[in-house]
Design a protein. Sequence first.
Length: 345
Amino acid sequence: MASRLVEFVIAEDPPKRLDKAVARDVPEEASLSRTRLARLIEEGSLHVDGVAVTDPKARVAEGAAIAITVEDADESHIGPEDIPLEVIFEDDDLIVINKPAGMVVHPAPGSPNGTLVNALLHHCGDSLSGVGGVKRPGIVHRIDKETSGLLVVAKSDVAHQGLAAQFERHTVERYYRAVCYGVPDSNDPRLRGVKGTSFEPGNILKITTQLARHKHDRQRQAVLFDGGRHAITRVRIVEAFGTPEVAALVECWLETGRTHQIRVHMAHAGHSLVGDPTYGGKRKLSQKALNPAGIAAVGGFARQALHAAVLGFEHPVSGEMMRFEAPLPQDMEDLIAKLSRPALG
């Protein structure tokens, strides 16, 4: 297997531990994350003044000559596929995609191909420098198969670690647009009685619960108040539909990012998403409240009406603040247009 040699000298006043000193001083263009460096030390691929050192806690002095042998990234076992992608932004370290509804992010049982990863392997080709020693795109977050919208994917090990750290710290800006049943308004006394819900200034609904896998259905998530993982969603009404109002376009943003979080939280609040087959079900809407076209559009909407509209983060290499927006897809635009028509009579 081909390899490259990364050489540099430890700068003044180094940290006491070898792994920390190396992580501080390794050249940025080497694209080696702390995790990858730790693995290389353990494998005996790092030499200090010509001697292999495998103890990450070893002391290292200013001026020590470091040489790291880095084997070229292995080819991924996942095959590339020529699938069209809507690329919003791309550089040497990352790529931002506007994913269509219906596309799975990562291969899994039942979805072995036709995924975003398959498409990225074809699109990026040799520009993938390797994540964890494998030529593959670094998936740091996902959106559900039937949810459309923005995703950032790492192309290098350093970008993968940097982005993952931001998602772990919950500093990534993520705004979604959704169409829900009912209107989550602070004037609704029922909503004020739902455990875990509260309102903030500006009529912003805050939903705070724990989330975990459902006990009896492993494909679903369930709201808990003891155990599970902490989850917070905020919701703002953008537009209400019907006379009286029976549905709404809302903006949701995540303080945390758990599996199915918006879908589960909105259902818990009694405002499940239109078209959601797992948490929503089909509700009967008043024939008087909406135009027949609106009622038919809601009943026939084939997926959860959820779109990842805004994504903002700090570039993990350059440090530049980045923010991207993706307009609503055509199916949601059509749904909203029909809901906006006045009721007959």
